[in-house]
Ligand binder design. Structure first.
Ligand SMILES: [Mg+2]
Length: 289
């Protein structure tokens, strides 16, 4: 029997006062930054698992596939099955197979997405006369030649649509730096073609949450989405009426959250991700931070 819906009104308390039935975590800026866990992240995940509460991870970053994320979590000391990680590589391939079977794509993307497309049997081409779908992704080998192919397929041949893996402007790095992300590639193609993006499969699209919670038998309204970005992590939770927590360890700030219309605000805003465990339980566990 499902229990009561746990989503509460934005701003009605500082920290969650109860555990949820499942937790979906963003990775970069939420669980780790660079090669370091963020404060409390490791003990939080261990404690949730100890209580048999499903934990899933979700990333918009298409420069790695889930197996590479699993390797990283393993290396950092938190072994995680590949099936418990979803990202835009997986979701883009699924979306293409479901909505555009048999179409020819041109991925402006790094090796993990290209490899996943090949393994799924998706046709790929660099010939603009054959391309049905241009995938603009986070591609650190982006160059004028690729822009020209996209331009010819979309503008000259008037046949290709433009889609993206993720709408992120930049990927955060330790020390406050970052790296231009897929939004920059999308903007370059839109600027020269006049085309408008037809689909984003990454957060905040609800397809991502569906992928993350695949096989988890809980009511999404009793699950919690946790992330560091308002426009992606939190907006996806808002779009699916799921409770959400903004952690202030990555991109978005408390001021940015509080400036949003109430309907778009996270349910909770936390300085530390392990404050998802209610304070009385933290005291029992001897967690003093
Ligand atoms: Mg993040």
């Amino acid at each position: 029997m499902p229990g009561p819906v746990l989503s509460s009104e934005p701003g009605d308390s500082v920290e969650p006062d109860q555990l949820y039935d499942a937790y979906v975590f963003d990775l970069d800026g939420t669980i780790y930054l660079g090669e370091e866990f963020l404060p409390g992240a490791e003990r939080l995940v261990r404690e949730l698992r100890r209580r048999d509460i499903p934990v899933r991870f979700l990333s918009n970053n298409p420069t790695k596939d889930p197996a590479q994320y699993a390797e990283k979590l393993d290396r950092l000391g938190l072994p995680t099955p590949v099936a418990e990680i979803a990202n835009t590589v997986v979701v883009m391939v699924r979306w293409l197979l479901e909505h555009h079977p048999g179409k020819t794509v041109y991925p402006i993307a790094e090796e993990p997405l290209v490899r996943a497309l090949a393994e799924a049997g998706v046709a790929m081409s660099e010939d603009p006369a054959e391309i049905d779908i241009v995938i603009a992704s986070y591609d650190r080998a982006f160059e004028y030649r690729k822009l020209q192919i996209a331009f010819d397929a979309i503008w000259f041949h008037q046949r290709a649509i433009l889609v993206t893996t993720n709408p992120d402007r930049y990927c955060p790095f330790p020390g406050g730096r970052g790296e231009p992300d897929a939004a920059a590639i999308v903007a370059a193609i839109e600027a020269c073609t006049g085309a408008t993006l037809a689909k984003n499969v990454g957060k905040p699209d609800p397809d991502m949450l569906t992928a993350a919670l695949a096989g988890v038998d809980v009511d999404p309204r009793r699950a919690m989405m946790i992330g560091d970005r308002l426009g992606t992590d939190i907006q996806m939770a808002v779009n699916t009426q799921m409770a959400s927590t903004l952690v202030l360890t990555g991109d978005s700030t408390r001021a940015e959250a509080e400036a949003l219309p109430e309907a778009n605000q996270p349910t909770y805003i936390l300085e530390r991700v392990d404050h998802l465990i209610p304070a009385p339980l933290r005291a029992e566990l001897g967690w003093t931070d």
